[in-house]
Design a binder for this molecule. Sequence first.
Ligand SMILES: Nc1ncnc2c1ncn2[C@@H]1O[C@H](COP(=O)(O)OP(=O)(O)O)[C@@H](O)[C@H]1O
Ligand SMILES: [Mg+2]
Length: 379
Amino acid sequence: MILRKIKLVNFRNYRNLSVNFSKDINIIIGDNAQGKTNILESIYTLALTKSYRTTNDYNLIRFDQEKFIITGEVKDDKVFKKLSLEMSKNNKLAKINDNNINKISNYIGNLYVILSSPDDLQMIKGSPQDRRNFLNVEISQLSSNYIKKYNEFNKILKMRNDYLKLLLTNSLGDYSYLDILTNNLIQREVDIYIERQNFLKRIDDNITTIYKDITGIEDLNIIYQTNVEFKDFTEQNIISALKEKYRRNQQREIAMGMTLYGPHRDDIMFTISGNDIKIFGSQGQQKLAFIALKLSEIPIFEEKTNTKPIILLDDIFSELDKKKKNKLIHYVDNGYQVIITSNDTKDISKKLLKNANIYMIKEGKIVEKGGESNGRQER
Ligand SMILES: Nc1ncnc2c1ncn2[C@@H]1O[C@H](COP(=O)(O)OP(=O)(O)O)[C@@H](O)[C@H]1O
Ligand SMILES: [Mg+2]
């Protein structure tokens, strides 16, 4: 899929912007705070009707204005679509080919993006909760079963924790009710474990190759860490290991008044040559690991959606050396539409730049455009 064009009216610091993108590499350059990220944010918002940078849509409207409009022209397999999203203080309107779409779920899915944002680096450096959130968000997009089971799991987990607390204070508690809650919990946990394992297994298969392609040598792996040990991720083994774990730790869980084992205690670890990059990795290694993670999701989403997503890479070059910057662009220049932001293109080779469209942004305006005549412009 290709985003041929985007128009912004009163979105963030843009009063009026119209950009044509090439079907291959597009690079948006400019100093800090000029509006580079805002362009990627507008594309993401057009795709999903909400931003990843704010939970308050109102922040997206240009200061002192009433509403914003984002319009995009998408081409997918020879079909053209015009998408638009209009938002005012108390109204959100999504249109496809100028027709109002009332249900958001009928709108989403017409523009697929994969975004690497520096804000998300937290996923690698932050807490296990950050990494579990990442898993939940990504797998939810791929599996409605996951969303269902995960929501049910959370409800039962809360009931079970409440009941464990009750058993602590009330010695006459009914243990058979705890068993029912435990079995209900396990039924949901099985699916969550299996889906997370499948997803991470596929990521791991891809990420090592991608990371090696870009760095030349380093061996990056992603490891799923559960706090219950499983011989393997078959339903039968997961169920019996969980049953055994809860049985053995029943008194401990009652004493603590909470469920100590389960997917709510999962983590994932990124290793380079076996070492945890959260502890031993440089800034550059952590950053590149995150970018490689996003890139390794591409084939997974592509298979699910049957179309090539548009790759949005925000500020990916800082902290990477010249060689890695070029390897990275070279890697993504592979039949995908890519939109990159950067302060400059100074380390990027002429050969790669020749095929790229370059836009220079200053104070919410495009002040210079280059590369287009040489670029493989989409007609
Ligand atoms: N709602 C808004 N209205 C007007 N300007 C905004 C709004 N939100 C953010 N900005 C401005 O956008 C600029 C930041 O844009 P951004 O795309 O993040 O910069 P960068 O080029 O560094 O990626 C800042 O100058 C900020 O004041
Ligand atoms: Mg930025």
